[in-house]
Design a protein. Structure first.
Length: 134
């Protein structure tokens, strides 16, 4: 069973009853359909084991970028690259997986540039659409 998308203080999340690996695969596909490429992938389980020798659940951070929208934002503010790419996480739960994405509007609000609001809202619409499609 899939839950509805929930909004929290800094993003959007959804619980999905499918395996971690399947959810990561589906999330990559959903992001691609919305024009995002995954530029980075950080396997937190692997990194925490490697660096701290601790066991952690399956947890991946995907750095997603929509090139046309990133280009618009960079034209408005070259330093906005400090806030790119948009992070999307997938982690394993007892019932399946959780997928969550950053709220781009909140993230970009730190730039205090009202000209970025439309781009941020478009990013949010696409990220929410990707999560809803799972």
């Amino acid at each position: 069973m899939k839950t509805q998308i929930e909004k929290n203080a800094y993003g959007y999340r959804r619980e999905i009853e499918s395996s971690f690996d399947e959810t990561v695969r589906q999330t990559r596909e959903a992001l691609q359909k919305e024009g995002f490429g995954v530029l980075t992938e950080i396997d937190m389980k692997e990194k925490l084991k490697e660096k701290l020798d601790v066991d952690f659940r399956n947890y991946v951070i995907l750095g997603a970028c929509n090139p046309p929208l990133a280009h618009l934002a960079l034209q408005e503010d070259l330093d906005i690259g400090l806030l790119l790419p948009c992070n999307v996480i997938v982690y394993e739960t007892e019932k399946g997986s959780v997928v969550a994405a950053i709220d781009a509007k909140k993230m970009l609000s730190v730039a205090e540039n009202p000209n970025l609001e439309n781009t941020a809202e478009t990013v949010n619409e696409k990220l929410r659409s990707a999560i809803e499609s799972l």
